[in-house]
Design a protein around this ligand. Structure first.
Ligand code: ADP
Length: 487
């Protein structure tokens, strides 16, 4: 184990294998988890595969009847305990996350609080899983509707939010009475395994929460989408992989929730508060070095404010501190791996070749080979690859527009429909845009939209289903209609 790992004060949070039916997997075959800031191997983790995924689903199926049969208040109390343990171990969990994922420690700490907030939210929602009575068409009958847990829920999650993407799915699933199996990204298994350790300490019974950590995503994915005991599958990741997994779900008619890629427009109108818009853009664009699915991707500036906005943005971007996430005040950490960095750089270089102007950055930073300098490009057009693909890096690609109608059309001209943002102080425009933007989430004069009380999810090829909020339990429950006759 690398020395940096010794700095985790509770060493029992560091696990080296999957958590299945309350047991920790040991295996001869292992895979390395590396620190993207330094390239150093942090530790070896047992490489689980198809067989372990099957064991986990079987364990979850076995645990289901007992878990679903417990009073909702009891499930809520266990989720609350799990939440409290995350908060109690926030520093260790954040450090572990920064080590394997790279994000600045302040962001990692924020993510632990954010992930924990879903446990708290759904602990409270568990006891509010209300049903309905419906007026029946005849006097001697009654119609009752109750909501039941769907059964075993499986999930595959990405590396960009190693804790919160799991916590927000598992919290809703467990609150509803479902049992859960997750395959975290192979880049970031340690945060997922630490979550499992804390679930166990909280008293969540064996088999209710399982983590299958392994490198054979395809085989594990087949089990999680096709096993006969799986009732529902929830995915957060790329649109391409999501489509494959959705097709796999079709055969068994599994319920599915898909939180896929975005291509968020960020529109600044001439009537906007420019300083607030710059702050909002920095928050939305550069968080996690631009590696979030709701990052501003296409930035549209009204031509009358494009110049002052760009100047202020440039000044703010120059202030961003690029450094190892464990360095105090780091704001931009490394990208997750070499391929990610090459993809970002290729988008930037091809935009420049196609006529975009580089104002800032555009190359690898000095502090390490996976660090990319915060970058600003102007004169970007809709035809450029950088405007059509998810950049997933710290690159602000600026376009200009002349009128509202035109920018709405351009903003909606994409297959993605996750998040959109706009800045305006004109109340009529606020309502017009709110309706016209074809997205699951719209940030209005705000660049930070995610929280447990709000429904997170997309439309179009960004997927379906909502996570968090009062709607968040819907995807984990079946509606059962009871018809009482002869009364
Ligand atoms: P990203 O670009 O964020 O890495 P991916 O969609 O490639 O997005 O990965 C998200 C999650 O999907 C990860 O846990 C990854 O291991 C998993 N994954 C990738 N390919 C497959 C696949 N063919 N089947 C199942 N899971 C997959």
């Amino acid at each position: 184990m690398q020395q940096t790992m010794q700095q985790i004060s509770d060493q029992q949070l560091i696990k080296s294998g999957s958590f299945i039916n309350g047991n920790w997997l040991k295996a001869d075959k292992q895979f390395a988890v590396t620190n993207p800031a330094t390239g150093a191997v942090l530790m070896q983790v047992a490489d689980a595969g198809e067989a372990e995924a099957e064991q986990a689903v079987t364990a979850a199926a076995k645990a289901f009847t007992d878990w679903a049969g417990r009073p909702a208040s009891e499930r809520g109390q266990l989720l609350t305990k799990w939440h409290d343990l995350l908060v109690q171990h926030q520093d260790d969990l954040a450090r572990l996350m920064t080590l394997e994922q790279g994000k600045p420690i302040a962001e990692a700490s924020g993510e632990i609080a954010y992930g924990a907030s879903y446990l708290q939210w759904f602990a409270a929602e568990a006891v509010r899983l209300y049903g309905d009575t419906i007026p029946a068409p005849s006097a001697d009958s009654r119609i009752i509707v109750q909501r039941q847990p769907v059964g075993v829920v499986t999930a595959i999650t990405p590396w960009n939010f190693p804790n919160a993407m799991i916590a927000r799915k598992a919290a809703a699933a467990l609150a509803a009475g479902c049992t859960f199996v997750v395959k975290p990204a192979a880049e970031t298994p340690l945060s997922a395994l630490a979550l499992a350790e804390l679930a166990s300490r909280a008293g969540i019974p064996a088999g209710v929460f399982n983590v299958v950590a392994g490198t054979d995503a395809e085989q594990i994915g087949k089990v999680l989408t096709q096993h006969s005991r799986v009732a529902k599958f929830s995915f957060t990741g790329s649109t391409k992989v999501g489509k494959t997994l959705l097709a796999q779900c079709a055969d068994g008619v599994k319920r599915a929730t898909m939180e896929l890629g975005g291509n968020a427009p960020f529109i600044v109108f001439a009537d906007a508060d420019i300083d607030a818009a710059v702050d909002g853009l920095i928050a939305s664009k550069f968080r996690n070095a631009g590696q979030t699915c709701i990052c501003a991707n296409r930035i549209f500036l009204h031509k009358d404010i494009a110049r002052p906005f760009t100047e202020k943005l440039l000044a703010a971007v120059k202030q961003l501190k690029v450094a190892d996430g464990l360095t105090k005040d780091s704001q931009i950490g490394p990208l997750i791996n070499k391929q990610a960095l090459q993809k970002v750089d290729k988008l930037v270089q091809s935009a420049i070749a196609d006529g975009a102007t580089l104002l800032q950055g555009g190359k690898v930073a000095e502090c390490g080979e996976l660090f990319y300098l915060p970058t600003v490009l102007t004169d970007v057009t809709a035809q450029m690859a950088i405007a059509q693909q998810e950049i997933f890096g710290p690159v602000a690609a600026l376009q200009t527009f002349s009128d509202e109608h035109e920018v709405i059309k351009r903003a909606n001209d994409t297959d993605a429909g996750l998040a959109a943002y706009f800045y305006s102080r004109d109340v009529g425009r606020v309502f017009r845009l709110s309706s016209a933007l074809h997205y699951g989430m719209v940030g209005i004069n705000s660049g930070a939209i995610s929280n447990a009380a709000a429904p997170f999810g997309g439309v179009k090829q960004s997927g379906y289903g909502r996570e968090g909020s009062k709607y968040g339990l819907d995807d984990y429950t079946d509606i059962k209609y009871l018809c009482l006759g002869g009364l």
